[in-house]
Design a protein around this ligand. Sequence first.
Ligand code: HEM
Length: 93
Amino acid sequence: MATFPHNYVITKDSCIISIDGESYDVTSWRNAHPGGAETLDNFHLKDATDSFFALHSKEAIDKLKRLSKKTTDMKALGIKPTDAALAFREFRK
Ligand code: HEM
């Protein structure tokens, strides 16, 4: 069961997520995320493209553009969208 955001204790040293082929280091920003740090931690080193665009406002998308530099080459790490994400993209076509 998910933890209430104010009760969530970060245990991961870093949090890097992939959106639209870019990677974002949200390690220091995650506590400020309105959707909670845990939701971001759950996507550490994963592709969050579909969840991100399905859930967020234009303001959040603008915020993403201002977020910290890309750090990790997700492709080099072999980070790929999950089967569920690929099925969702097909469904949206
Ligand atoms: C690093 C990229 C992200 C940014 C910049 C971001 C930013 C934001 C912002 C600004 C909001 C406030 C509502 C809005 O303006 O849409 C929000 C809400 C939310 N975010 Fe994110 N977010 C990110 C990634 C994610 C991811 C990967 C998830 C995964 C599920 C997520 C889940 C949520 C949820 C569930 C809310 C709604 C909270 C509520 O209304 O109670 N976010 N996010």
